[in-house]
Design a protein around this ligand. Structure first.
Ligand code: ACO
Length: 428
């Protein structure tokens, strides 16, 4: 017998169906609540609200489980490439060799951006944050591909837009860095794979090739895979809600990039390294900074700690911590930030304040240290997150459009003034 939830309001009982997901997640379906009762629910920050049904990513925050399309993140991070995971997320199944070849070839073919876009880059100040540049550039792609303005086109036309975006984001990301350095742009090279090409565009110079190191490529693949999707969250829900207005994919993803930028979301990876550097420069007294994080009169928070849904551990953080050790060892790097990070993690994990609030290191606590080892500058960390998250955003947008979801439009509880008469300015 299917479960029913009962709500009693003003002496009347209303029944609502309970729906169960494939991993036994339960939800009360209140889609008819307002029509039947006249009430709405209030859930600021959406801590208890399922905004959609989705078959893409499953996570269990209590158990520290993360699956993409049913595949455990641990297996994907160890065995797959980022482009394989991108295909999995977007098309729902692991690709055959032929499918993977055709997908990779299509992406390789579209990596160039229109020459006119170079002028946009040049107009930005040298100190422009690359996330601001990236969000604008991605939105600007819509002006070069006017046919993309109609998101309800054939599956082939949608695929072309998707492949273009996947192909061009690394180029735009690398060029935002080159522009900030006032270095010449490096064009993509078809002989390289996705990660290799990005590294080439970031680090090669017209005078000197960049030697692609398999250790670096493998670490980058892993980092991008770990960030590739994370069900509903600030940026992904932004993508779904902007896309629900039938805005084009470029504008929609640009909004996702902006949402990711904040330090409470994707911007945390930059904030973590800045925090570790601050602690290091301040003499490395970890206890002092843990005390600051606990002090309610002090706005300081331990960046890279805490997560809205993971309340035991973040499985991505476990993989990344190991990867961090491996990469630094293989590259022969001794980074004092790693020592501070490890000390900080130990102190915080043993501290009652952090234990009581289930605060654990999240994916971004260690990712910045690997990015530093790979030579990625701090301001580019959130851009790296955006590169990783792109297939997730695209798959969520695709699912939302294919399910014909209605435009996102929440309700509110109005708490402002009740009607009053306009007062002439001379009488105020
Ligand atoms: N340092 C110190 N205290 C913290 C921290 C932290 N990093 N995170 C949460 N707390 C405390 C809060 O002060 C609050 O304490 P209280 O109950 O005494 O008032 C309690 O823990 C709950 O915190 P909330 O902010 O209510 O938790 P929420 O689920 O809303 O926020 C968030 C989660 C935003 C991730 C938060 O933990 C945080 O700000 N972390 C630091 C930033 C960060 O690392 N963000 C990256 C998240 S992962 C990602 O987006 C990829």
């Amino acid at each position: 017998m299917s479960e029913i939830a009962k709500i009693e309001l003003e002496g009347k009982t209303y029944e609502f169906p309970v729906i169960t997901g494939t991993e036994n997640e339960k939800a009360i379906d209140i889609s008819k609540l307002r029509d039947t009762t006249g009430y709405v629910t209030l859930d600021t920050g959406y801590k208890n609200t399922g905004a959609t049904k989705s078959a893409i990513t499953f996570l269990d925050g209590e158990k520290g489980i993360l699956h993409y399309r049913g595949y455990p993140i641990e297996q994907l991070a160890e065995k797959a490439t980022f482009i394989e995971v991108a295909y999995l997320l977007i098309y729902g199944a692991l690709p055959t060799q032929a499918q993977l070849d055709s997908f990779s070839n299509s992406i390789t073919k579209h990596t160039l951006v229109h020459e006119d876009m170079k002028q946009f880059f040049e107009a930005y100040p040298a100190k422009a944050h690359p996330m601001g540049v990236l969000a604008s550039m991605v939105c600007s792609l819509s002006t070069f591909y006017p046919e993309s303005l109609d998101p309800n086109r054939s599956a082939e036309a949608k695929d072309l837009t998707i492949h273009r975006l996947l192909a061009k984001l690394p180029t735009l990301a690398a060029w935002s860095y080159k522009n900030a350095m006032r270095h010449p742009f490096m064009y993509p090279k078809n002989e390289y794979d996705y990660c290799g090409n990005f590294l080439h565009m970031m680090f090669a110079m017209p005078t000197e090739d960049y030697k692609i190191d398999p250790v670096v490529v493998s670490a980058l693949n892993k980092l991008l895979i770990l960030h590739a999707d994370h069900e509903q969250n600030c940026s992904t829900s932004t993508v779904r809600i902007v896309g629900s207005s039938q805005a084009n994919l470029y504008a929609t993803i640009s909004a996702g990039i902006s949402a990711l930028w904040g330090p409470l979301h994707g911007g945390a990876n930059q904030a973590v390294i800045e925090m570790l550097e601050k602690i290091h420069n301040d003499g490395g007294d970890v206890d002092k900074w843990v005390a600051k994080a606990k002090d309610k009169d002090d706005p300081f928070r331990l960046m890279g700690f805490g997560h809205r849904v993971y309340k035991n551990f973040d499985p991505r953080a476990t993989i990344i911590k190991k990867a961090c050790d491996d990469v630094l060892e293989k590259m022969g790097i001794n980074d004092p930030m790693l020592e501070i990070a490890k000390k900080l993690e130990k102190v915080a994990l043993e501290d009652e304040y952090f234990k009581a609030r289930n605060l654990y290191p999240n994916v971004d606590f260690y990712s910045g240290i690997i990015y530093r080892a790979l030579g990625i500058p701090t301001e580019m960390f959130t851009v790296m997150f955006a590169l990783g998250r792109l297939p997730g955003w695209i798959s969520q947008w695709k699912e939302m459009t294919e399910n014909n979801e209605p435009i996102g439009r929440p309700r509110q509880i109005y708490t402002g003034a009740t009607p009053r008469d306009y007062v002439e300015i001379s009488k105020r």
